[in-house]
Each structure stands twice: as C-alpha cells, then as structure tokens.
Ligand binder design. Structure first.
Ligand code: BG6
Length: 509
C-alpha cells in the first residue's frame, strides 16, 4: 500500500459526533496498519473551548469504542494521541484563522510535514461555503513550493440544484477541483467497490449486463433505526436528499456505468457522470407514477411502543417529510434502454440491509413442469451490508423422480475469507485522499447532474399537496403502494426478512 506524503490533517467540527465516532477511529486504524506518513499530525478545530488534553481524552474514548483495532496496551493509544492537538476556531472571527495559520506553521516547523495539509469539513453544511473562503483569505489554500492543500467536504453538497451550484462556485473560488474531495461514505465501502470488480474482472457477467438479458435492477438501502436524535436536520432534509440523491444514485451509477477506459479516477468518474446525465427526467405526472414517498407511523413492536415519525423530537407535528422513498427510474442509453431500475430507502424498516439485485430475464421457453411456480429468473445479489457477499440464484433439479426444479443459492460471504479485514469506509476514503486518489470521491459535475435529476421531484413534493405521503407502520417494509410499482408477473421487491410483528395498518397520511 502506498504511504501518503507527510502532512497535517485539520478537522473542522472536531467536537462533533463524526469526528468522535468515525474520523479519529479511522485515522487510528490507519496508524495501526502503518499507513500514515512518518511525519503526521491531526488538528481538531471547532468553536468549543477545549484543552489538548480534554480533546485527546474524548478521542481516546472514541478510539476504544469505534476503532477496528482493539488495543489492550493503553500506552499504544496514548502514543498515537500525542499526534493530536486542538484549537478553538470561531468562523465569525477572521483572526482565528490567523491563529490556525500560526498553529499549522509551528507544527510544520517542529515536525517537518512539508507544508501539506488536508482540511476536513465535518461542520454543519451552512459553513461549507464559509470555511474555504476564510482559509483562502488567510492564504491557507494554495499548493505552493511543492506542497499541497486538499479539502474534504461531507455531504450534503447543497440542498437542491441551485444551492449545489452555488456551493460549488464558492468552493472553487479558493480551491481547484482537483483539491476538492466530496465524500460519499458509501463509495468507501469495500463491497461497493467490489461492484466494479464483479463487473469488470469476470468475463461471465459483463456480456449479460444490459437490456438484452437484464429484466430489471433493484437497489435497496434500508435501516431499522428511526431518525434518532437528528430530527432537526432530517425533517428539513428527508430521505430523498439524505439517501437517494447521493448514496443510491452512486450505487446506480456503479451498477450501470460503461467500462472505463482505465482504472483512473477521471476515467471512472466520467462514466458515472454519463449515467447521471442519461437518467430520464421526471416530468409532471411521472412524479406520482414513478416515485412514492412514505412516513413511518407509530406502532407496537413486540410489546414495545415505537413512536411515529411525527412524534420524533425536532419533527413538525404536521410534517410531510418522507422517511421512505421508492422510485422507478430509467437510464436512456444504448445499454439500458427500457430496463427499469427500482430503488428504495427507508427508516424504521424491519432490518438494516443494503443490496443490489440484478434480475435476469427468464428463459425464453419453459421446459420443466414447475418452472413457472418457482421464480425461475436468475438473480445476482450483491450484498453491500451486512453479511457482505455475493449470491447467485439458480434453478436446480430436486433430487428424485421427474424434473422438478427449485431455486438454490451459489453463495459467497466475505466472512468466509480467513484473512478478511474490512476497512471502514472512512479509513479507506481518508487514506485515498492522503495519497491523492479521488476515484471514490464525487466530482462537481456528478453532484450537479444528480441534483438535476432529483430537483423536479423535490419541487413537486413540496408544492403539490395532492401527491400523497403514504404512512407505513414502523417495522414494516414501507407503503403497500410501492409494491404496485414493480412491473411483471409475480414480481415484487425482494424482502430479505418479514415485517416485524406490529399492530399497525397501512394508511394514507
Ligand atoms: C447517512 C445518512 O449518509 O447514511 C443517514 O445521513 C443514514 O441517515 C446513513 O443512516 C446510513 O449509512 P450506513 O453506512 O449506516 O448505511
């Protein structure tokens, strides 16, 4: 594995949850694998007044709870913590950026980090446009004298098409596109990257990967948790912005893109953008026909009352924000013309699962008596999480008289690999940024193309109150209405497990 250049990682929003749960544990895991440069430091920056010691203590707790590598020897963690310092920075005060500059200069002089810096924006989105400008004005943005500066931005990249364009404009004022790394943690998942390997390293799948052999594609990413303590954010966002515009469309891009000319970051990202540009736009009545939104309602699961979406803290009592989206979309290009892509996401579903199912077309002529009853379409299931793996469903003869067939699974689980170490998404992505590989980061044009597709749906859902918000009891697979979406005889969504036992019924809000 390539070692990154010496550098300093500055995390803005360092007192927040992401730093504690994901970022510092990921940096620690990189340290344990000796994937950090020899000369390296982390600077936590946020508004809160904290001493280095207090910040380190908190980070230590995060490492203990969330790092992949569990360490019995306290001293090992303590040694790592010496690389971390903290500085309080108020974005309202320009002088704080001078203070930051001095801090970075001192660290650079003491450690010899060659002037290289990564700035990680893990702050509320309202600061995404502000911090890069303040860094620029303080002269902290330029690649100079052979050093580099990079900027990592967390999602959401804007709120709609207009704000995304505006944000990209602000970011590009002081940072060039090749300095900007827009993170979508789904792309950092090992199994998401395996989509490319499954497709482009196996001669057996690629010839079938098109409208001639694929009946439809189903992409699911659902969770059993509700919105937890994120009511304020979630109610102004909703599932379409929170999951579809980014994670689900990225998955769709990887599944449907053309083979890139090489495994180069721009070659891959060029193909993904082309997919986004080929999404058939939803116009007028299409929106109601091809997209469904839902909201979980309160129910009792296994004797315990589960609150409905509107009863969650931070959510408006009359909120029409969706916690569930199902959508049927088409990619109007040579490869996929006419093949529906069904995508769905939701909170408070019966389980947590993310998977892609390629449903192949049936054989053209039924030879066996019960072929019609067993679902004789072959399915390739790429299991992103949990129980990561790949599953191919094929028809096999039931032993005994006659020619009865049944579906069986040809099954691969990552957990069967004895040496499988699955790095967390943040570990993978942070390391990629450190070595300057932006393949798994989103480019400005892709973000804009994704918003362009989603924007008319957002607008229609906001403005047209005749478009229903379907209720679904917490712990079920979402509104029944979504089942009607899937075209084809005996075709339904794939339900990896049953509804949880509840007393709710489907209703329209
Ligand atoms: C985040 C969303 O981007 O992804 C969350 O904001 C969601 O609402 C999360 O829970 C899901 O990520 P994962 O990796 O747990 O599937």
């Amino acid at each position: 594995m390539k070692k990154p250049d010496n550098h300093i990682l500055v995390i803005f929003g360092a007192s927040g949850d992401l730093t504690f749960r994901k970022l510092i544990p990921a940096v620690y895991d990189l340290h344990k694998q000796e994937l950090l440069p020899e000369k390296f430091a982390v600077v936590g920056a946020s508004r809160t007044d904290l001493s280095d010691e207090k910040f380190r203590e908190k980070m230590k707790d995060g490492i203990k709870k969330f790092a992949n590598y569990k360490e019995d020897n306290e001293q090992v963690v303590n040694d790592f913590l010496k690389k971390i310092s903290y500085i309080s920075v108020d974005t309202e005060k320009k002088e704080d950026f001078q203070k930051l500059k001095n801090h970075l200069l001192k660290l650079d002089n003491d450690l010899g980090t060659d002037g290289n810096v990564i700035y990680y924006l893990s702050t509320p989105p309202s600061l995404y446009g502000v911090i890069p400008c303040l860094l620029g004005e303080a002269g902290l943005n330029n690649n100079e004298n052979g050093s580099w500066k990079k900027l990592i931005v967390e999602k959401p990249f804007g709120y709609d098409l207009e704000s995304a364009l505006e944000l990209n404009k602000k970011l590009s004022k002081y940072f060039k596109e090749d300095q900007i790394y827009r993170i979508d943690h789904y792309l950092g998942k090992e199994t998401v990257q395996n989509i490319l390997v499954t497709r482009f390293s196996n001669g057996v799948f690629e010839p079938l990967w098109n409208r001639n052999y694929v009946h439809h594609v189903e992409i699911t990413s659902v969770e059993n948790i509700g919105i937890e303590n994120r009511g304020g954010y979630y109610d102004s966002s909703g599932a379409l912005r929170d999951m579809v515009q980014n994670h689900l469309l990225q998955l769709t891009g990887l599944i449907s893109m053309e083979p890139p000319s090489s495994f180069d970051s721009n070659a891959i990202r060029n193909e993904i953008v082309k997919v986004f540009q080929s999404f058939r736009p939803f116009n007028g009545r299409d929106i109601q026909k091809y997209s469904i939104r839902g909201q979980y309602t309160s129910t009792t699961i296994k004797g315990e009352k589960v609150p409905g979406y509107r009863e969650e803290k931070g959510v408006e009592k009359e909120s029409r924000t969706e916690s569930y989206v199902a959508m049927k979309l088409f990619i109007d290009n040579w490869r996929w013309g006419g093949v529906p892509f069904y995508i769905r996401t939701g909170k408070r579903m019966p389980t947590k699962v993310t998977e892609v199912v390629i449903h192949f077309k049936r054989t053209p002529h039924f030879l066996f008596s019960n072929q019609n009853q067993v679902n004789s379409c072959n399915q390739l299931i790429l299991r992103i999480q949990p129980d990561e793996g790949v599953l191919l469903k094929v028809g096999m003869k039931v032993p005994g008289q006659g020619f009865n067939i049944q579906n069986v699974n040809l099954d691969f689980h990552y957990s069967d690999l004895s040496n499988a170490y699955l790095p967390t998404a943040y570990e993978r992505l942070l390391h990629d940024c450190m070595i300057g590989d932006s393949t798994l980061y989103q480019r400005a044009d892709a973000v804009e193309a994704a918003w362009k597709f989603v924007d008319p749906i957002l607008k229609a859902w906001k403005n047209d109150h005749n478009i229903p918000v379907y209720g679904y009891p917490a712990g079920t697979w979402g509104p029944e209405k979504a089942d009607e979406m899937i075209e084809g005889k005996n075709m339904t969504w794939r339900y990896p497990c049953k509804n949880l036992e509840g007393d709710g019924i489907y209703c329209e809000l």
